[in-house]
Unconditional design. Structure first.
Lengths: 313, 307
């Protein structure tokens, strides 16, 4: 039983997160532990939302990465806040606009991949320039605050757990069912493991690809919407750090970067780890330069260690 | 030979089209000073594009190019200016680090995207440690080279032509270049015929690091000071330049001359959009649209060629 737990790819992500938490608590004393855990759950939930979408894309095999996540987050946050204009009672419309932006962006990404036959990296990159421009154009002027209800929801907690964490837990659950139990998930893995075999076996390859890029963009849009509500307004650079984050949580979480094998629980473990490692380095009083270096080194070390593990197994 | 011609046709055409449009709108650009101003910033971008191309050639992608060029710029503006020997050693060590990364990626079959994303943190962290605020100074000889005024043809163009010729000889004419492209084409067959793929990937990454170092030095020579975020855009610009120049993402099919032309096109596109009096809000988007249009044109050309 214990052996089986060790063998799970997601075990290591949670173990690393627990270790980082312990290292921080040792220094700051147990008094800050509950606050730290709450902050971890809140900030990890954004990474989980974008990470789940990226995971689905990465599962489709080599070359499949969505680089437009930051731009989609910014665009969704900006447009929805602009529409709501801080007025209460417009929350549902705001969410709908954000999700609509996600659908539109995903459709554009996929259209470029299909019509221009270019690698997804370049397609999502070129599209992200366009999304970014629209966001800059519409973000002119004052910073618009989210409606109070949404601000309260995104910063509040239910049953001690932050509301945002509930949302991300729900999303993770949906993804787990989708990936592990649904036809779509089976087809996604088949496609990632061997595109040719999947096509010959009658998997509707293009349909699955379209659905996955749409899904990823919608998740990014949702994350952007919640993030801009949480931080009291949309900012043009608000998505910037989530490009690395989305890829890092997929890899650290135990999904195969070569595709064909995804891992939903690992996304949560990795997202918490990524936040905890930064706060650990912060609490040890390291400057921003050293913190950046350590973050990079730790990511590379984990990827290197993980690759060895997978080869052995 | 014919294949190369077809592949180069589109980048050359797009550059000529853009240049024509710029001259038409701003005839004064058609002079020594005008051309120098238009293409000045193209030199570091072209160097970074060649560096990116060397990585793409072996089927990887480098998402740390921008921060690496920024790091090299910071070293140039501080160590290389104050203590040239130490500065040169640091830059050499950076090239060594790139080669080591290439070896690590191949040995453990790591995803290059993730490793280079992680390295982008490391480079920008090191740069922040060196130059917490913008500053430093350019070594005199670099500025002298970058701001030289050779007769008839501006320095920027001379440098780009030299770069195109040198990298063409290295990549498409030399034995080493052929081997490196073969790694991108079919790494397994290269390994079966007795070459060390680890060594070749390390070479490709090391060369990329060397061109990245040159890019940082050239950038400081133009701006005369540096800061940690000076070259963040270079990651995307260099990838876009390689693609615009007719490079492919897989199979080791790249074109060094095309990559330099791609970098020139991107630099010119920025000036062109400024001449159009386009609101700065839309400049990034317009660059994205230009990229999409070129890719669409390439698809059409290829369909016709296939017929």
């Amino acid at each position: 039983m214990i052996g089986a737990t060790f063998a799970r790819p997601w075990f290591w992500a949670f173990a690393a997160a627990a270790l980082a938490l312990a290292a921080t608590v040792v220094l700051t004393g147990s008094g800050g532990a509950s606050g730290l855990l709450k902050a971890t759950l809140t900030f990890a939930s954004f990474s989980v939302l974008v990470g789940l979408g990226q995971m689905a894309v990465v599962t489709m095999g080599p070359g499949n990465v969505d680089l437009s996540i930051p731009a989609v987050m910014t665009l969704a946050g900006t447009l929805s806040l602009k529409l709501m204009d801080g007025v209460e009672g417009t929350e549902a419309w705001g969410l709908l606009v954000a999700l609509g932006v996600g659908l539109g962006a995903g459709a554009m990404n996929y259209a470029l991949i299909l019509l221009l036959r270019i690698p997804p990296i370049i397609a999502t990159l070129s599209a992200s320039f366009v999304f970014q421009s629209v966001a800059i154009w519409s973000n002119r002027g004052l910073r618009i605050k989210p409606p109070d209800t949404l601000a309260a929801f995104s910063t509040g907690s239910t049953l001690w757990v932050p509301n945002l964490a509930w949302v991300s837990l729900g999303a993770a659950l949906v993804f787990w069912v989708l990936i592990e139990r649904s036809v779509y998930g089976r087809r996604l893995s088949a496609l990632g493991q061997n595109l040719r075999a999947a096509r010959l076996a009658g998997v509707p390859v293009e349909g699955v690809r379209a659905a996955t890029y749409l899904l990823c963009a919608v998740m990014a849009a949702l994350a952007g919407f919640l993030l801009s509500c949480f931080s009291g307004g949309a900012a043009l650079n608000m998505g910037a750090e989530y490009l690395l984050m989305s890829i890092a949580v997929v890899v650290i979480g135990g999904s195969s970067i070569a595709g064909g094998n995804s891992n939903v629980p690992g996304i949560w473990g990795a997202a918490m780890f990524m936040f905890l490692i930064v706060s650990m380095l912060n609490s040890y009083g390291l400057g921003s330069g050293v913190r950046l270096i350590m973050t990079g080194v730790i990511i590379i070390a984990i990827v290197t260690a993980a690759s060895g593990r997978r080869r052995a197994g | 030979m014919r294949r190369i011609d077809i592949r180069l046709l589109l980048p050359v055409l797009s550059l000529a089209l853009l240049l024509g449009a710029v001259f038409w709108m701003q005839p004064r650009a058609m002079s020594y000073t005008g051309l120098n101003l238009l293409f000045n910033l193209a030199v570091p971008i072209a160097l970074a594009t060649i560096a990116q191309m060397l990585v793409i050639m072996v089927d990887d992608i480098d998402l740390s190019m921008g921060t690496f060029v920024g790091f090299c710029a910071c070293v140039t503006a501080t160590f290389l200016h104050d203590t040239p020997l130490l500065g040169a050693l640091v830059l050499l060590a950076a090239v060594g680090a790139y080669a080591a990364l290439g070896a690590l990626i191949e040995m453990r079959q790591l995803p290059a995207i993730v490793v280079t994303l992680g390295m982008s943190f490391v480079w920008s962290g090191l740069a922040v440690l060196m130059l917490p605020a913008p500053g430093g100074a350019s070594p005199g000889w670099i500025t002298a080279v970058m701001k030289a005024r050779p007769p008839l043809v501006p320095m920027a163009i001379v440098a780009c032509v030299l770069l195109a010729v040198a990298s063409h000889l290295l990549v498409t004419r030399s034995a080493l270049g052929t081997l490196l492209r073969a790694v991108g084409g079919n790494a397994r067959s290269v390994a079966r015929s007795g070459w060390s793929v680890v060594g070749l990937k390390a070479t490709a990454y090391g060369l990329a690091g060397a061109f990245g170092v040159l890019s940082g030095m050239a950038l400081v020579g133009l701006t005369t000071s540096a800061d940690a975020n000076i070259a963040l855009r270079y990651t995307l610009l260099s990838i876009a330049g390689v693609i615009l120049g007719g490079g492919e993402f897989t199979g080791g099919r790249v074109s060094p001359v095309g990559a330099v032309i791609g970098a020139l096109t991107l630099t010119l596109a920025a000036s062109f959009l400024t001449f159009l009096h386009l609101s700065p809000d839309w400049q990034i988007g317009a660059q994205g649209v230009i990229l999409i249009l070129v890719l669409a044109a390439r698809l059409l050309v290829r369909r016709r060629a296939a017929r």
